[in-house]
Design a binder for this molecule. Structure first.
Ligand code: CA
Length: 234
């Protein structure tokens, strides 16, 4: 399981502790010291998960969580709150603000990693190595193999990531901007039509077995992978 994790924490010792443990577990870590810097970083690159300290200089962790939840682009990013407070009331406030989980300091690295894993599995399944299968199409992230009715299919790395994201978020419509964020990790410098190019390549490979029909164009909105065949835009 590899995820891009943004750590928002102002205490250097805890930054180092978290960063070292997450990196060792295979995650890619970016650390910032306050909420304003976190917003700038998120604007550049959408992380798979945010570890957010409650008590920060300037804007609080709670306020940052609230802002992220109110922004369409960042609404779905999983957040785990870190705090020195063990107060039940604070925990409730944190979860109401939209945090997915809550860890009280001091915590063990093992506990932290277990919580991250659980939240990612629930909220960002494209970062896990769980095999996904839809309509006879099977993708195994661990071995990087795709099979269609037991026949192996070869895809380029971008098409692989695109298909993985679509399969782990099936039945939902994703805009081109969302796909750039999630699959390319860059919604600023990569052009939206890049998405169309890779969708076309993906469909061309899946066309052989008729599985291209799983990937639907939703006019004016984006793309959706669906096992339910519906009236599709031409
Ligand atoms: Ca702090």
């Amino acid at each position: 399981m590899t995820a891009n994790v943004l750590v928002v924490e102002d205490e250097p010792a805890i930054q180092v502790l978290i960063s070292a443990n997450l990196t060792r577990a295979g995650h890619v870590v970016v650390t910032v010291g306050d909420a304003e810097e976190a917003l700038r970083q998120v604007n550049k690159e959408l992380p798979d998960l945010i570890l957010l300290d409650w008590m920060l200089p300037g804007m609080s962790g709670i306020e940052l969580a609230r802002r992220l939840r109110n922004d369409e682009r960042t609404r779905a990013v999983p957040i785990i709150m870190l705090t020195a407070r063990g107060d039940e009331q604070d925990k409730i406030l944190g979860l109401e603000t939209g945090a997915d989980d809550y860890i009280t300091k001091p915590f063990s690295p093992r506990e932290l990693l277990a919580r991250i894993k659980a939240v990612l599995r629930r909220r960002a399944p494209q970062t896990t190595e769980d095999t996904v299968e839809i309509g006879g199409l099977r993708l195994d992230p661990a071995t990087h193999r795709i099979t269609v009715d037991s026949q192996e299919v070869k895809l380029g790395p971008t098409e692989f990531r695109l298909l993985h994201f679509l399969m782990t978020h099936a039945e939902r419509v994703h805009s081109r901007t969302q796909l750039l964020d999630q699959v390319w990790g860059d919604h600023v410098f990569v052009e939206e039509r890049t998405v169309d190019v890779h969708i076309r390549r993906l469909r061309a490979v899946l066309e052989v077995s008729g599985h291209d029909a799983l990937i639907q164009t939703v006019r004016g909105s984006g793309y959706r992978l669906s096992a339910t065949l519906s009236a599709q835009d031409p």
